[in-house]
Ligand binder design. Structure first.
Ligand SMILES: [Fe+2]
Length: 369
């Protein structure tokens, strides 16, 4: 094979691609061989740790849509997809149909919220793709025309992913209870929060099926936590850094449970971009950051919570019987205005699924739809 186009170095090679030469590590190239994945199980069958020495090519060349590499210590050559190399050169990783650009939204979002019927979600790939796409892009959607049966909610959730358990079990009911275990189960207002931060990994996607709502008041409140966190970063970068840098304690405690966990109020990725928020006044444990740090942490924390009450961020609507609000519990912050318990009945049924399951459903459904 000719090496003329390739600049081989000690640990990797500059490969000439459409936008110029791009460096690839030899281990990565050996791992990326199409023969590393079993076509039947679609699992990796090549183990890089089994190589006797570090992989080193003796030659490489483009052949059709593959980069063919001969290796020093092996009898066979390997083939790496040129399309994969181009994707990695452009974005650092293989392309992912579920890596959709996020739409950050504000208090006026209600007319634009995605609505899909339960029959479409359960019965069609297009319906599943529409719902999961909205959850990835907007973090929230409404499923309409829910069957008024006991199996209605599980049937909907299972079209998206398996129901994931929480400290409340598989399903929970939000209505006035005589001996409530959670402020949600009273008629009082429920401040803006994400669910169950006391769990090691808080639930991913939340479903809230409105079975009945005839009370006065009790409007549902939602906001995009990413929008508020980005506004805080613009308006008070020091406050943002404090909330993004330190974990604070949360709990979920009752007779038979005592969950405790620490979470960052603002989650960021390695580039400092906001990936989510965690907030819950009613499940917040006593702060255990150093007392001197609290001198600056608390004002930042209070500022963020107060921003979450501002009209510019909060979308308000009345939950209608037959609708199910679905939202990303690591991004969308929700709450409820108080209502008059004697004025009628209000009953919501809820559960969760995993965000990776939701994205998996989008990848499959969007390709079939
Ligand atoms: Fe909640």
């Amino acid at each position: 094979m000719a090496n003329t186009e390739f600049e081989m170095q000690d640990n990797g090679v500059l490969v000439p691609l459409s936008n110029g030469p791009k460096y690839f590590n030899y281990y990565w190239l050996r791992d990326a061989s199409i023969a590393s994945i079993d076509p039947q199980t679609r699992e990796r069958i090549f183990d890089v740790s089994h190589l006797p020495t570090a992989p080193r090519p003796t030659g490489m060349a483009f052949k059709n849509d593959m980069l063919v590499i001969d290796w020093e210590a092996e009898d066979t050559s390997s083939e790496v997809s040129l399309a994969l190399l181009e994707q990695v050169a452009a974005n650092g990783r293989a392309s992912d149909v579920a890596a959709l650009e996020r739409n950050v939204w504000y208090g006026n979002f209600l007319p634009n919220i995605s609505k899909v019927s339960q029959a479409e979600v359960i019965g069609t790939d297009a319906g599943r793709a529409a719902l999961t796409r909205a959850l990835i892009v907007d973090g929230i959607a409404i499923v309409t025309d829910m069957e008024p049966t006991e199996e209605s909610l599980p049937n909907l959730v299972e079209a998206i992913g398996p129901v994931t358990p929480s400290g409340e079990g598989l399903f929970f009911n939000v209505r006035v209870e005589i001996n409530p275990t959670n402020l949600a189960f009273t008629a009082g207002p429920l401040e803006m929060h994400t669910d169950l931060p006391g769990e090691e990994a808080a639930p991913g996607v939340q479903f809230l099926h409105c079975i009945e709502n005839t009370v006065d008041g009790g409007a549902s409140l939602f906001l995009d936590g990413v929008a508020v966190a980005m506004a805080l970063k613009a308006e008070d970068p020091e406050a943002f850094d404090l909330l993004a840098s330190h974990k604070i304690p949360f709990f979920y405690r009752h007779d038979k449970i005592d969950y405790r966990s620490h979470q960052r109020v603002i989650e960021t990725d390695q580039d400092g971009n906001v990936t989510g928020v965690t907030i819950s006044q009613h499940l917040q444990d006593n702060m255990d950051l150093p007392q001197e740090l609290l001198d600056v942490y608390y004002p930042a924390f209070v500022k963020f919570i107060r921003m979450m009450q501002e009209d510019r961020f909060v979308m308000k609507f009345r939950s209608e019987a037959g609708n199910c609000v679905v939202f990303d519990n690591h991004r969308i912050v929700h709450g409820r205005e108080g209502y008059v318990a004697e004025s009628g009945s209000r009953h919501l049924r809820g559960c969760y699924t995993d965000r990776a399951a939701m994205r998996s459903t989008y990848r499959i459904a969007s390709q079939k739809a």
